[in-house]
Design a protein around this ligand. Structure first.
Ligand code: IPM
Ligand code: MG
Length: 365
């Protein structure tokens, strides 16, 4: 038996609802495979601003640091949307990423056959899509200095800085090569080397590191071209590695392929994941807090449930348990059960809780 300590930061909107289902599924795994999982519930996001005046308190950050993994729901809502506010919601999330040194954000996009008809693209374009986007998460425009708004004699100015050190580039690029090795052995490094200095350094470092990975087919693609290829021929893409802002934008685009944001998990890691080893991580569905549907038992918990599978795989080195969850989700979908966001004719519509119950039951069967 193994024992794990998880900090759960459910956050705002639908966060608490989907996290409940993720925990339900984790409990089913613990029961089936005889593990012990301890949960420590903490506040993050708007709910933390309301209570403590800060989206992430130092105490919570400290607890997250000590935990084996952090499970996060979602943060945000119209109530905290003021661009001039002194404390911004997003700062909590960014402080958590930086505070835990989570430089590698893994966003897998897998289109399940039964949902291939569900997107705005043609089914034949998205059917079979199975890619992993790796986004650098603690550098670039998000954290570069100077970063400020100020007033000059000619008026107001705002500045952000895109800066990367070779060490920052090297460690994220290695994650790309390593993950490609266990997949279809294709790595697309995405940059804007025709314009940006940081991208020119990025490309140089990628080429240097590629010498250690002769078995991986490497391609350099400009970010604008990548945006196009993502919807033109997404099936051809295996692993993408890119810097923070490009990764943010491209993963929203890529999420469309899967039919619903409610299907997509993510992991943010403090090291290179490899089979059999454990790396610290923060796990969250890629969707937001969806305040308009909060509290109605209609949100899709599958993204969070698949997120929990990633936690088992990367932070606990429990591959068999992770697969068990993924298979249980597939089984529920194959039987025609759908939440509202992925509902189509002839399918059986169920709620957030019912989907969680169903997946948990399939695990324990
Ligand atoms: C994401 C989100 C965040 C980001 C926001 C909420 C700060 O868009 O996780 O992709 O830009 O990183
Ligand atoms: Mg984003």
């Amino acid at each position: 038996m193994s024992e794990f300590n998880i900090v759960v930061t459910a956050g705002d909107g639908i966060g608490p609802e989907v996290v409940d289902e993720g925990v339900k599924v984790l409990d089913a795994i613990a029961r089936k495979f005889d593990h012990k999982i301890n949960y420590d519930y903490q506040l993050i996001g708007g709910i933390s601003i309301d209570k403590y005046g800060s989206a992430l308190t130092p105490e919570v950050l400290k607890k997250c640091r000590k935990a084996d993994a952090v499970l996060l729901g979602a943060v945000g809502g119209p109530r905290w949307d003021n661009p001039n506010a002194a404390t911004r919601l997003e700062d909590g999330l960014l402080a958590l990423r930086k505070g835990l040194a989570l430089y590698a954000n893994l966003r897998p996009v897998k289109v399940l056959d039964m949902l291939a008809n569900h997107t705005t693209l043609k089914a034949e374009v998205v059917k079979g899509v199975d890619m992993m986007v790796i986004r650098e998460l603690t550098g670039g425009l998000y954290f570069g200095r100077p970063k400020r708004r100020y007033t000059t004699s000619k008026g107001r100015r705002g500045v952000d800085t895109m800066a990367y050190s070779e060490q920052e580039i090297a460690r994220i690029v290695k994650v790309g090569f390593e993950l490609a090795r266990n997949r279809r052995k294709k790595l697309m490094s995405v940059d804007k080397a025709n314009v940006l200095e940081s991208s020119r350094l990025w490309r140089q470092v990628v080429v240097e590191i590629s010498k250690d990975y002769p078995d991986i087919a490497l391609e350099h693609v400009l970010v604008d071209t990548c945006a196009m290829r993502l919807i033109q021929n997404p099936k051809a893409i295996d692993v993408i590695v890119t810097e923070n802002t490009f990764g943010d934008i491209l993963t929203d685009e890529a999420s469309v392929l899967a039919g619903s944001m409610g299907m997509l998990p993510s992991a943010s890691l403090a090291g290179i994941p490899s089979p059999g080893s454990r790396v610290n991580g923060l796990y969250e569905p890629i969707h937001g807090s969806a305040p308009t549907i909060a509290g109605q038992n209609i949100a899709n918990p599958i993204a969070t449930i698949l997120t929990v599978a990633m936690m088992l795989r990367y932070s606990f080195a429990l591959e068999r348990e992770a697969k068990t969850i993924e298979e249980a989700v597939l089984a529920a979908l194959n039987e025609g059960y759908r939440t509202q966001d992925i509902m189509s004719e002839g399918m059986k519509k169920i709620g957030t809780k019912e989907m969680g119950d169903l997946v948990a039951a399939k695990i324990l069967r």
